[in-house]
Ligand binder design. Structure first.
Ligand code: SF4
Ligand code: SF4
Length: 405
């Protein structure tokens, strides 16, 4: 019997096993098995650390293996369980810390997690996607002559740099139009390391913190702004790893809402889907998890969207803000079990269809990519079943604003 040490397990000994969290958990709901829901995960975690006399007598053996790690990691780290837990277990920290302890004691993080880690620390890539370093600024370097130093550094993030470049160009367009004095770190930007924290691979996170903080300082920045909620939380964690961390960390929607409030950006063109309902999806890390950490961003994206002429009132999903359901792309789940992550996305799209929305907007490049792929799958599913055409627009808040200026 492998005896694992999970120091933070005390946090969940208060679990009543009431099961109230089960139907709230997106992976538990999609899989239908208790082991994939928080209560089941907590049960098995207790089992591997409290192997006792009765287990011996009944010859009950439980060996944590790769399969069990996959089950544990089949979780989007969305924190929805924490929002409903009867005993207020702080799951958003608990899951990350538990993954960390298990990985540090030699268990293997599942799926492509190790490949992502190695890619981040490979000097040719410095990102989790094995994309060349020199491609990081290729979409904008010829069109934007950004200053060497600025008070605001826009930390772009790997997902936006390599996969959601249209969003990147829209952020640059909007900030430039508003006259914001900002710069980027171009190819000196390294992965923020959030994926390391999510997948239990905390080793060498300090290197990323020191590198990126050094680059912030070179540019004499006091504010770091990012459009990626994963980077937003990851960069905040740098404070635990560097001697001095005196930067204000902001999400791009906070800066944009402020620019609109101060009349520094005129939104004059009508929303192209004029008077058709648009629903806003709260990214877990930007909304609920940031709320747990003391700074929820719920209102800014809604305010920005409603400032666009003829967009109307932003619609809400049946569960939103604190109770928003994850898009399916969080917690590194795509790398662990792509099918589960896609099923969660499809339930989200079904919710949007049920409320009659014709567009889904969000404020996270990961949600954007995930929901976009999900709508394509839904289109094929509907075409196959009914032969009907299905259309759902998917936007980031900045995509909508860029078209309105
Ligand atoms: S964090 Fe989300 S996916 Fe993970 S157990 Fe909790 S509710 Fe389920
Ligand atoms: S809601 Fe909280 S107390 Fe109840 S089973 Fe889930 S984790 Fe345990």
């Amino acid at each position: 019997m492998v005896k694992l040490d999970i120091p933070n397990l005390d946090d969940v000994f208060v679990c009543l096993q009431c099961g109230y969290c089960k139907s709230y958990c997106p992976t538990g709901s999609v899989m239908g098995w208790e082991s994939f829901a928080p209560r089941g995960k907590v049960y098995w975690l207790k089992k591997i650390t409290t192997y006792g006399l009765w287990d011996k007598l009944f010859r009950r053996k439980f060996e944590p293996d790769d399969e069990w790690m996959k089950t544990l990691f089949t979780c989007t780290l969305c924190g929805r369980c924490e929002a409903v837990c009867h005993t207020d277990i702080e799951f958003h920290e608990f899951w990350e810390e538990t993954r960390r302890h298990l990985v540090e004691q030699g268990l293997k993080p599942p799926g492509g997690s190790i490949d992502m880690f190695n890619s981040i620390f490979n000097e040719k890539f410095r990102n989790p996607f094995q994309e060349p370093v020199e491609k990081r600024d290729e979409w904008y370097k010829d069109d934007y002559d950004l200053p060497k130093e600025a008070d605001v550094v826009y930390f772009i993030g790997c997902m936006t740099s390599y996969h959601e470049y249209k969003l990147l160009l829209n952020v640059l367009k909007v900030f430039s139009k508003a006259g914001l004095n900002f710069t980027t770190m171009a190819c000196d930007e390294r992965c923020c390391g959030a994926i390391n924290l999510m997948t239990g691979q905390f080793a060498r996170f300090d290197e990323l913190a020191h590198h990126n903080v050094g680059e912030f300082r070179k540019r004499k920045a006091s504010k770091i702004v990012t459009g990626c909620p994963g980077c937003y939380r990851g960069i905040k964690r740098y404070a635990e790893y560097v001697d001095r961390f005196d930067f204000e960390i902001l999400h791009t929607t906070e800066i944009l809402a402020d620019l609109i409030h101060k009349d520094k950006l005129e939104l004059k063109k009508d929303f192209k889907e004029k008077n058709k309902p648009l629903v806003y999806h709260d990214p877990c890390e930007l909304g609920r998890i940031s709320e747990f950490e003391g700074h929820a961003i719920y209102e800014e994206p809604r305010f920005i969207l409603e400032s666009v002429p003829n967009l109307g009132q932003v619609q809400e999903f049946p569960s939103s803000k604190r109770h928003s359901v994850c898009c399916g792309g969080g917690g590194g789940l795509k790398a662990v079990d792509y099918d589960v992550s896609a099923k969660i996305t499809l339930t989200k799209i079904d919710d949007a269809i049920d409320i009659g929305a014709s567009s889904i907007a969000s404020a996270c490049p990961n949600c954007l990519g995930q929901i976009t792929v999900g709508t394509k799958m839904k289109k094929e599913e509907i075409a196959e079943k009914t032969g009907e055409k299905f259309k759902m627009n998917v936007f980031d808040v900045f995509d909508v604003v860029a078209k309105a200026i």
